[in-house]
Design a protein around this ligand. Structure first.
Ligand code: SAM
Length: 292
């Protein structure tokens, strides 16, 4: 797509700022200005951005609750040669935000899909976190229920103890952050390294970097924790956690999944086989042996 050529027909996934309005790209502005329609997660939210840049393109809502039906309408227009931009409230569409349905439908219909890259909270947090950036896993929002959150964290810890040392990136909310940190301390250790990135690109941008216990202490000192946040976990287990994890037998892990997470025996066996990259029959044999 050259700078002066008219916009080609197709679907444009346009990243928008996550705070600082200067983080919009020249290309994003040109696409938003010249496309036929902008499909927005929240039209009122996007209208503020469009007003700021003097863009008058028509908007239409495209959110979680009408994603499927709206995708069909958008595809019908795209088949007739429309140029449609998709934006979310902030950041990169499709990343913990709507976008996937229409992309898949467009690809299936043979329509061109153009990424227009820009701000993303996950990557912005990662690059300034001080944690390893060579390998990372983006996991979206941590589950809101403590049981599910702990199960996921157990899976992550098992992966790490099996040598998958990727930095873990989670989106988190202010009202859950204290509980999430407590669960991380319980499942990993007080000295596991983390970074909490708050209010990225905004006036009160802040990085809390350190051990879980030090970040928890900082958070608990405050009257309220506000703003948007990304939570990152180092992919390196500390030596004592690594040793303890290695020592946990297959049978212990099955028992803990059944008792703590209320999985039935079959589900627990399946989970352990997956966590440890073992065959189900091998795990089953080990489980039977432990009962003798
Ligand atoms: N699609 C977006 C992106 O590319 O980053 C993410 C959308 S998701 C619904 C919103 C979550 O992203 C927030 O709850 C927060 O965890 C994170 N987030 C968005 N903006 C942020 C910011 N400025 N600072 C820190 N976290 C942010």
């Amino acid at each position: 797509m050259s700078e002066s050529a008219p916009l080609a027909p197709g679907l444009y996934l346009v990243a928008t700022p996550i705070g600082n309005l200067e983080d919009i790209t020249l290309r994003a502005l040109r696409v938003l200005r010249s496309c036929d329609r902008i499909a927005c997660e929240d039209t009122r939210q996007t209208q503020k951005l469009l007003n700021h840049f003097g863009i008058e393109t028509r908007t239409v809502s495209y959110h979680l609750h009408n994603e499927q039906s709206r995708a069909e309408e958008l595809i019908a227009d795209l088949r007739n040669g429309a140029r449609i931009a998709v934006v979310s409230d902030a950041g990169t569409p499709g990343i913990a935000d709507p976008g996937v349905e229409v992309v898949q439908a467009a690809i299936a219909a043979g329509i061109s899909v153009y990424p227009i890259p820009g701000a993303s909270a996950a990557l912005s947090a990662l690059i300034a976190s001080g944690l390893d950036t060579e390998q990372f896993t983006f996991r979206g929002f941590l589950p809101s229920k403590s049981g599910e959150r702990k199960s996921l964290l157990e899976i992550v810890k098992t992966e790490m103890s099996n040598g998958h040392r990727a930095t873990q990136i989670f989106y988190e909310t202010p009202h859950r952050i204290a509980d999430a940190l407590a669960d991380i301390e319980a499942i990993f250790s007080a000295s596991h390294r983390i970074t909490l990135a708050r209010e990225l690109t905004k006036l009160h941008e802040e990085f809390l970097r350190g051990t879980v216990v030090s970040v928890r202490a900082e958070i608990e000192k405050r009257e309220a924790v506000r703003g948007e946040m990304v939570l990152l976990l180092s992919g390196d287990l500390d030596a004592s956690t690594q040793n303890a994890s290695e020592k946990q037998s297959i049978a212990d892990e099955i028992r803990s999944l059944m008792e703590r997470d209320h999985l039935d025996e079959k589900e627990a066996l399946k989970r352990v086989a997956k966590n440890r990259s073992l065959g189900k029959s091998e795990v089953y044999r080990e489980w039977q042996r432990s009962k003798r």
